[in-house]
Ligand binder design. Structure first.
Ligand code: SF4
Length: 213
């Protein structure tokens, strides 16, 4: 049986897919917030990923320094709430007189949810460090092939309201039932889930003969 955490916490990366409805199994995130758990085996090549990620991050770090920014890698996000702590780790934070940037480096395919992750960092960084209190940060997602900019203005009231609502639901309620789908279970890190689904069982041919197509 999974042990309860003394200090519940959740990462920005755990939240992002739920905020745009890509992930539906809310039991999964609830369980990870409140429990220590055995992780599922994965064939993800972490060494290769780490090397590619560090190479791309170092490249962009050099460029930003050449453009006059003061750059800090790997800054942590820590916001202690009443129930749980929000955590994250920023690839790069770049400060210049005329502009502040948070940079997220992605070695995989671009996804919509990458923007959500960076928007959460834009919201959270000034709340973590007193030296950044009141400061405004734009965002930059760096892919292997291109870059995408996000304005600080994109992190508006509606975004923050949705984020707060989802977080409050997850932290205050009893867990929902599990909602297994092959797409989501494939990437779920919970190792001992008895409802994990590898494939949908679809009958090869339906015996239903519709009269409208
Ligand atoms: S394995 Fe699937 S059903 Fe189980 S917690 Fe993870 S996402 Fe939910």
């Amino acid at each position: 049986m999974a042990e309860k955490r003394k200090q519940p916490f959740f990462y920005v990366t755990w939240l992002k897919n739920y905020l745009i409805g890509d992930h539906l199994c809310r039991w999964s995130i609830w369980h990870r917030i409140y429990h220590q758990y055995e992780e599922a085996k994965s064939d993800f090549n972490r060494v290769q990923w780490s090397m590619e990620h560090a190479t791309l991050r170092n490249e962009i770090q050099k460029q930003l320094i050449a453009e006059g920014y003061h750059v800090t890698p790997e800054l942590k996000i820590r916001i202690a709430g009443q129930v749980a702590e929000l955590r994250g780790r920023l690839d790069l934070v770049a400060i210049r007189e005329d502009r502040n940037l948070i940079i997220e480096v992605k070695t995989g395919k671009p996804k919509e949810v990458d923007k959500i992750q960076l928007m959460l960092y834009i919201w959270a960084l000034p709340k973590t460090y007193s030296k950044f209190r009141g400061a405004s940060f734009d965002g930059l997602i760096v892919y292997k092939t291109h870059q995408i900019e996000i304005s600080a203005l994109d992190v508006d009231e509606i975004f923050v309201k949705n984020f707060k609502q989802f977080t409050a639901d997850i932290l205050s309620s009893e867990p929902d039932r599990k909602y297994p789908t092959p797409e989501e279970c494939k990437f779920c890190t919970i190792g001992n889930c008895d409802e994990r689904m590898d494939t949908f069982e679809v009958e090869e041919k339906s015996d239903y003969e519709p009269d409208f197509f």
